[in-house]
Design a protein around this ligand. Sequence first.
Ligand code: ZN
Length: 446
Amino acid sequence: MKRYSILIFCVILFSTVNAQLKIGVARKSITPETPVWLSGYASRTQPSTEVLHDLWAKALVIEENVKSRIIIVTTDILGLSHDISEEVAQRVIKAHGIDRSQLLLNSSHTHSGPVIWPALSVIFEFNQADQQAAMKYNQKLTDAIVEAVDMAFAEMAPGQLSYCRGTAGFSVNRRESTEKGVVIGVNTGGPVDHTVPVLKATDMNGNPKAILFGYTCHNTTSRSYLINGDYSGFAQIEIEKMYPGAIAMYIAGCGADQNPNPRGTVELAAEHGKTLADAVRKALNGELRPVRPPIRTSYTVTDLQFPPIDPGIYRKEMTDPDIYIQRRARLIMEAYNKGWDMSVYKYPVQAVRFNNDFTILGMTGEVVIDYSIAAKKKYPGENMFVAGYCTEVQCYIPSKRILDEGGYEPESSMIYYGFPGPFAGNVEDRVMGAVTLVMKRTRVKH
Ligand SMILES: [Zn+2]
């Protein structure tokens, strides 16, 4: 009899905890009209030729009560601009009464999606009409994200969350040491993370509504003129075929120094997508752990410093034979002459914590894997996924190690992003300080 009562008590406790959640999910197409200039590679010489598959903005709303919610948005694009992210946040805050920490925006970083102006504008020779077309797409994207969030709210219903984890082995560290320094290549001995975290959201009958999964790897398998989501686009399509009625959402990890291997064709992107989808299915067929409230969120902004601007250097670079160095110098001098402060980048960091069951650390920009490793090591009991490409994508975020080693991520990428980099030597301390703060603010005491 006693054992029977304990069992009933556990069942009631478990259902009460889980019944508190309401879940809504929706998606809206963000496929651009073709032809459109695609973003990510400086080597492209023409706009897109056709659409291979649709790109999506997808929104997942998880609500504990009206004050405790999280909205997770994923987008099949290179990265959101600062202005898009700000406008989306303001509109969603106004419409749904949340604070900024309750909205997590992520981009898949596909290199086969449209230009998101003005990111990487240094690699394009855009005339005014091209710029206007890009701004028009920015507005379409902004509206689509807000609409997806509204739709997800509208279809919210009681549901449950659970977590599992798989692995996929196609990412490789790309920072290869050579006599000429570190280049983008294949470094089989470098740090990688093959984990595939999976968060499943179901209705009260156990039917999957949303499958949120992640991976820590650049979305750079193919380099074609076909609009597509690269491996993560293919993976989402595969998962939606496996679980009819569910929306699959890809959240990018800190894969700034990780590449798919092998790479080069759309066929390989499809193959990696299938591998990732299979890893998700295998994990879902294994042991799932409940993910319970309370939901705690925190968002902070920290200053990352660049060296002070020396106008003499950039004036000289305005006549540099390298067109990209020239264009960056023009951008920086324009800002300098307007009196803008270019020495600080305001860097957002966010934590989303579900009890002690699952945590998403949301890092802004192109974040190298060292941060993911460091955060997981610092918070070993959190069951943590460290997402990169959150909020906005303005540049790479190197660790101290990578800053010291040099190469594309800490140094030359800054030219294409139009920043006066590399960052100052304390970049990692500043970022990890912000991580410590958001983790402290979201701590769940038992
Ligand atoms: Zn990148």
